[in-house]
Design a protein. Structure first.
Length: 269
């Protein structure tokens, strides 16, 4: 029999994976399962694209890396919009099957943690707090040890002639920060966009990714509060309070800082 659409995509196997735990089956549990399974599929694609972008940057193929990261930004738009589908549940609908989730939690999404590590948001403590399978723990450790997208961009800047050297203390007082060399490089790049067109395009897609991640976190925390209020998370976390604590996270903080320094005299930064 020739290859069919269903066989190629393994549709029967895919459709067999939505197994709820509520008995009798709760109407909204399939919605919850499908949304989160789809999240994991998009995380898989995002990891694939960012890994490829890192490899392209190492070979100075900046345009191709930027193209693939632009795809990740479009994926992020979908991730944000999916939150609204979850919001079609009423609080009592979610509570009808929520207790079956214990002690599982969205905090345990290994692929999301891998994505954070790959972008440069590496927190070794996460590995100790995450309940997961041994193979998943090994993957996280490899991500923790491997170069991140931030590392790949830094290496690219050095190859483009922006020296990674200690920068003297600024008039703001205090010791120099490790990121100051990068900040000065970014100021030079943004203030001469014609000379650094490919780098500006790369930087802009990076800040869009960072913005997309921040917007997803913000939408997610609002959705969770709408569903469970101040209740603790199913995995034992502080729930909304914990999620709110993640809102200030930035994978590329210097791309946000550079906005404040454009147009200033050199000694001002």
């Amino acid at each position: 029999m020739p290859l069919t659409y269903g066989k190629y995509l393994k549709v029967p196997e895919l459709l067999s994976l939505q197994e709820g735990l509520s008995s009798p089956p709760h109407h909204d549990e399939p919605l919850f399962i499908i949304i989160h399974q789809v999240y994991e599929l998009w995380f898989k694609l995002a990891l694939h694209e960012v890994d490829s972008a890192v490899a392209h940057l190492a070979q100075d193929r900046v345009g191709e890396a930027t193209r693939l990261l632009r795809r990740v930004v479009e994926v992020q738009h979908l991730l944000i919009s999916q939150v609204r589908i979850l919001e079609t549940m009423r609080p009592q609908d979610f509570l009808g099957f929520r207790y079956h989730l214990n002690p599982a939690s969205g905090f345990q999404s290994v692929q999301f943690r891998e994505l954070e590590f790959l972008l440069g948001l590496k927190d070794p403590a996460v590995c100790g707090r995450l309940v997961c399978e041994p193979e998943e723990a090994d993957r996280l450790q490899r991500r923790l040890a491997a170069p991140s997208l931030t590392d790949a961009v830094d290496d690219l800047l050095v190859r483009r002639g922006f020296p990674r050297e200690p920068v003297p203390a600024t008039p703001r007082g205090g010791a120099s920060e490790p990121e100051e060399w990068r900040l000065q490089a970014l100021v030079r790049i943004y203030e001469d966009p014609e000379a650094h067109a490919d780098l500006v395009a790369l930087c802009e897609v990076l800040i869009e990714m960072d913005e997309g991640l921040a917007l997803w976190r913000a939408h997610h925390v609002q959705m969770v509060e709408r569903m469970i209020g101040a209740k603790r998370g199913t995995g034992g976390s502080e729930g909304v309070a914990y999620l709110r604590s993640t809102l200030p996270k930035r994978a590329f903080p210097d791309l946000w800082r550079v906005r404040s320094h454009l147009g200033q005299e050199p000694e001002q930064y």
